[in-house]
Write a protein that binds this ligand. Structure first.
Ligand SMILES: [Fe+2]
Length: 186
């Protein structure tokens, strides 16, 4: 299991630039906040939202924080949407396949064939944290404006279309997360 301190060292080992590093630290912090709010808001051990049962008893805020910290480590290899798969590969290589599984999913969320509930609680927390965090917590609208602008200037127009189409899914995810936490954090 990769710890937070080991995660920080991995970001250096794979030469992530300052922007990605600062975003990664911020997403890790948001993940921690979401997980602790979910635990505080629910007596557990399980909570059911939209017909989906979540096992809160196993939710470890420290581990979700590490997932948030390392979700974009694959950007050392590519900035396309495949970066999430690269993050997964790196974390498997670094000996934590479960962490790899969690972060690998964040690139799949925008795929049209994927549904919100195809993702488990850990994956949802990372995806949601990423969708409301650049270097600090933002609204979904503010965050997407920036994401679309960066895709546009990078000439990644196919991704721009997919991201636009995925906004409704992100709103559904936000509603679920707010229900789990009991309160909005953005
Ligand atoms: Fe990412």
């Amino acid at each position: 299991m990769i710890t937070y301190e080991q995660g920080i060292r991995l970001l250096k080992k794979y030469n992530l630039n300052d922007n990605v590093t600062n975003h990664s630290i911020a997403v890790g912090n948001t993940c921690f906040l979401i997980a602790t709010n979910i635990i505080k808001n629910n007596k557990g051990p399980t909570v059911t939202i939209d017909g989906i049962s979540y096992d809160i008893s196993k939710l470890d805020p420290e581990y979700v924080k590490v997932a948030g910290l390392l979700h974009d480590i694959g950007r050392c290899r590519t900035n396309s949407w495949e970066h999430a798969r690269e993050s997964e590969k790196i974390l498997v290589e670094e000996g934590d396949p479960e962490l790899g599984r969690i972060v690998g999913a964040h690139g799949d969320f925008i795929l049209p064939e994927k549904h919100v509930n195809d993702f488990d609680l850990y994956q949802k927390i990372v995806i949601y944290a990423d969708s409301i965090t650049l270097y600090s917590i933002l609204s979904l609208d503010e965050r997407f404006e920036g994401v679309l602008e960066r895709r546009r200037s990078a000439g990644l127009l196919k991704e721009e279309g997919m991201i636009k189409d995925s906004i409704k899914k992100h709103q559904i995810l936000e509603t679920q997360m707010r229900q789990l936490m009991g309160n909005p954090i953005n």
